[in-house]
Design a protein around this ligand. Structure first.
Ligand code: TYD
Ligand code: MG
Length: 456
């Protein structure tokens, strides 16, 4: 706890049930949960959050309300605009989360520089000195970018600076470094991060400023990750990607002003992030000959199809319990797929360690990847490669059925475009007309898909 000269009357509120206690204690007096009390301001919630939802208004019939498109401020970085749903919205608050070093500050400095030409931009940095930012700007070739810089971590000072500079866009890098005098807890704690974000959000709504908050994704612990802010802000974007590869994905997890699940794809270069307009083939590794344990899937997260190689390694257990590890894929889903493979595919995996990986640090949450995971596992287990130029997609159900996925045609066409010659897909996704260049092989059960592979 930083200081004892607390200004606000703080109380300790439970994050589970909302009960409050005047002092911190390990167990919540309301619901009995452990370690859920965090310091909060005692002021009534109504005054602190009143303007989050806009001005107070009367009850009106839906039909009498004229819908307005939110005006957009394009950042000039096409891939960033794509995930934002067309650009920043005045009064909108964006949270940009990601691992340290993935490229958040780089992206926002580039966006700020592009925006600065037409809109006043204030870049508040709590992590780096103006000199360090100038060094980055030099590297990016943006030394004369029309961006105002402020190195500050105290919320009240930041708010005052916003009042004087009157920016249209404010970047706060990062929200974990900002603290308010009103709370005694340390910067980066749940209560500080939440309170500061709520105050900046209120300011954004009141003045029609676009605010972008940077949040580091951190392991669970004393430091609050961006997750605690997801419900406060309008748009939540996460940076993904393997820091050792050149590609970075920015994914919209939530967007009150546009489609969630949209993806922006960037390459990290010597001179900053460059948008990749045509990313579909980025996540395929290049094998000269087909290798066992790999399968390519066409995923459709966001509006563009993305072809991703799924790799599996199945190895006899060396002793102890078998290991299951999923990188970029849901581990629960892996467990489920292994059970289905055993029961309906007749493939026994009990005595094996199973590792699966989506190439390039992509995360795939779509069930359309199920068939690719199963076939990669099967291929590794049998030590036999799948046929060359084969693409597969389809959701697998517990009964062993292969379920259709959305926009199957689009996936098949993308496969054809990139030179795939065979597509295994759910029967219900079979196109009515032949797609030039590919043979489509439909399946409705996983045992049939396995029998087809065996017969090759
Ligand atoms: P940074 O934006 O500082 O990451 P974050 O704010 O998310 O912590 O970028 C970090 C990495 O990007 C750093 O390791 C260096 C690399 N980088 C480049 O490869 N090219 C560039 O032009 C810049 C500015 C950074
Ligand atoms: Mg940074």
């Amino acid at each position: 706890m930083a200081t004892s000269k607390t200004k606000g009357r703080s109380v300790y509120a439970c994050t589970e049930c909302g009960a409050t206690a005047p002092k911190w204690q390990g167990q919540c007096p309301g619901c009995g949960a452990w370690n859920t009390l965090v310091e909060s301001l005692a002021a009534p919630a109504t005054s602190r959050f009143a303007s989050l939802a806009g001005t107070r208004s009367a009850v009106r019939p839906l039909g009498s309300i004229v819908a307005r498109e939110n005006p957009r401020v394009a950042t000039g970085l096409a891939e960033f605009d794509r995930v934002l749903g067309g650009g920043l919205v005045p009064g909108g608050v964006v949270l940009l989360g990601g691992d340290p070093g993935i490229g958040k500050s780089t992206l926002l400095l580039q966006a700020g520089a592009a925006l600065g030409a037409a809109h006043p931009v204030l870049y508040v940095s709590g992590e780096e000195s103006p000199e360090q930012i100038a060094l980055r700007a030099e590297r990016l070739g943006l030394v004369n970018a029309p961006v105002e810089l402020l190195a500050e971590v105290q919320l009240e000072a930041i708010v005052a600076a916003i009042g004087t500079a009157r920016p249209a866009v404010v970047v706060v890098d990062s929200i974990q470094t900002v603290y308010t005098e009103a709370l005694a807890s340390a910067p980066g704690s749940v209560s500080q991060v939440r309170e500061c974000a709520a105050q900046l959000t209120r300011l954004a709504k009141e003045r029609g400023i676009s605010v972008i908050l940077v949040g580091h994704v951190t392991k669970e612990g004393a430091i609050a990750g961006p997750r605690v802010l997801e419900h406060i802000v309008d748009t939540v974007l996460y940076f993904e990607g393997d820091p050792h590869s050149a590609f970075r994905l920015v994914r919209a997890i939530k967007n009150r002003f546009g489609a969630a699940n949209e993806l922006g794809v960037f390459g990290m270069t010597e001179r900053g992030l460059k948008g990749v307009a045509n990313p579909s083939a980025l996540f395929l590794s290049q094998h000269d000959d087909p290798v066992p344990g790999t399968a390519v899937v066409a995923t459709l997260e966001g509006s563009r199809p993305l072809l991703v190689e799924i790799q599996a390694l199945v190895d006899p257990v060396a002793g102890g319990a078998p290991r299951r590890l999923a990188v970029g894929l849901d581990p629960q889903r892996l467990a489920l797929l292994l059970a289905v493979l055993h029961r309906h595919g007749g493939v026994e995996v009990g005595g094996y360690d199973v590792y699966v990986n989506a190439v390039g640090g992509v995360r795939i949450d779509e069930p359309a990847v199920d068939m690719a995971v199963l076939l990669a596992i099967y291929s590794s287990m049998k030590n036999r490669p799948l046929p060359a130029k084969l693409l597969v997609f389809g959701e697998v159900g517990l009964a062993g059925e292969v379920r259709p996925v959305q926009r199957g045609q689009e996936r098949i066409r993308e496969a054809a475009k990139l030179g795939f010659r065979t597509v295994l897909c759910p029967s219900a996704n079979q196109p009515k007309q032949a797609v030039q260049g590919v043979e489509v092989v439909p399946f409705d059960r996983i045992e049939r898909a396995i029998a087809w592979l065996k017969a090759l």
